[in-house]
Design a protein around this ligand. Structure first.
Ligand SMILES: *Cc1c(COP(=O)(O)O)cnc(C)c1O
Length: 396
């Protein structure tokens, strides 16, 4: 980028001089100056790099998009204002009325809602199928199916998708496969290497990692796919804030360290939880008793992520006691923060389902989902043990 040009109203802009900043600069500017109309033509025709208007793109969004694309091993991506903007842009930028989409039946709640309520309103039909069962996904296909959308690990049941099977199916039928990799992150799996055409992130979560930036990212190897997605994102105004992009880029610098540490602690805490009185069940893909243990091992290697789901005995009263007694843990419906967070699906992400609907997924009033952060494992296990004791007293 050139140094800003002095104007009548801003006669003395910051100038870089001969020295370059080591920390990434933030560029909040909404507009960018070009030398002349020919320069703008060159820019819009892709013969020259540059920016014109921040809704269409800005340096902080571009820098972040490039970094995540490199981590995911895809050619390019676009940064947008939230994870849901990423999901929405991937679907609405590529689908048209008359198309049909198959979504995993345990997608993120708002993705389920986009598919079940908004796409049909726009003439795009949708169906849901178990992403862990490629035959079920195949049975949901129609002649007009255009795309399949899945997540690698489901929330909060932590079931592992049959990514290989679904990718084979998508390839055989000429369908687009979009994979939301928010939970698993490129540290556990890079879906593009397993046949995904489109990769989606809520950057808000582990990649950014500090619960202070709301952002999303969509990547695609095929430039024509990405052009459709990006064009829709620009038109719909899904622009990411430069400051949020800057925070996320800062977070990315420590992402591999944070991820590895949180994952190791999650494995340890899962074992400790399983031994606590009043804990009925622990769901962690790295445990031998996980229903998809073999697939998790094959697909994710030893990367079983930082999420642990568990069930305590005693219903809502015990759940209230557990949340209140879980000192030092935020009872907050997010994941991937530097601090561990505890969520209760029955009263948050899955409150829209009936009790029977939740039971069918294995979610009860005693189910909690723990997003493991960077605390000392011992301190975290002790806080959970005290909460489990309080829950057991409430249940008695
Ligand atoms: C949080 C989340 C989203 C949505 O992201 P926002 O940044 O909150 O809009 C989408 N998919 C998954 C799997 C998520 O966890």
């Amino acid at each position: 980028m050139r140094d800003p040009k002095p104007t009548l109203i801003r006669p003395a802009p910051l100038a870089g001089g001969e020295s370059a900043p080591v920390g990434a600069p933030i560029v909040p500017s909404v507009v960018y100056e070009a030398e002349d109309p020919d320069a703008l033509d060159a820019q819009y025709e892709g013969r020259r790099d540059g920016f014109a208007y921040a809704r269409e793109g800005h340096p902080n969004a571009a820098a972040l998009a490039r970094r995540i694309a490199a981590m995911e091993g895809v050619a390019a991506g676009v940064t947008v204002g939230s994870g849901m903007a990423a999901v929405s842009a991937a679907l609405l930028g590529l689908l048209r009325a008359g198309d049909h989409v198959v979504g995993g039946d345990q997608l993120y709640g708002r993705s389920l809602r986009l598919l079940s309520e908004d796409l049909p309103r726009l003439g795009i039909a949708t169906s849901f199928a178990d992403a862990g069962d490629a035959a079920a996904v195949e049975a949901a296909l129609r002649p007009e199916t255009r795309m399949i959308l899945i997540e690698v690990v489901s929330n909060p049941t932590l079931r592992v998708a049959d990514l290989e099977g679904v990718a084979r199916l998508a390839r055989a039928r000429g369908l687009l496969l979009a994979v939301d990799n928010t939970f698993t992150t490129p540290r556990a799996i890079r879906p593009a290497g397993h046949g995904a055409d489109i990769v989606i992130h809520s950057v808000t979560k582990l990649l950014s990692g500090h619960s202070d930036a709301t952002l999303g990212w969509v990547g695609a190897g095929d430039p024509s796919l990405l052009a459709g997605i990006e064009s829709f994102a620009v038109t719909a105004g899904m622009t990411a804030s430069p400051f949020d992009c800057w925070l996320a880029e800062r977070g990315l610098a420590t992402f591999p360290l944070r991820y590895d540490r949180a994952e190791a602690t999650a494995a340890e805490v899962a074992e400790r939880l399983a031994a606590m009185p009043g804990v009925r069940r622990v769901v962690y893909p790295g445990r031998a008793d996980h229903p998809d243990a073999a697939r998790a091992q094959a697909l994710l290697g030893a990367r079983f992520c930082n999420m642990v789901t568990f069930e305590i005995a005693g219903g809502r009263a015990a759940a209230n006691a557990f949340a209140r007694a879980a000192e030092g843990l935020a009872f907050a419906p997010t994941l991937g923060d530097v601090g561990s967070t505890l969520s209760h699906p029955a009263s948050s992400s899955h409150r829209g389902l009936t009790e029977e609907g939740r039971a069918a997924l294995g979610i009860s009033e005693g189910t909690f989902r723990l997003s493991v952060g960077l605390e000392e494992p011992e301190a975290l296990a002790e806080a959970l043990a005290r909460a489990a004791q309080a829950a057991a007293r409430a249940a008695a």
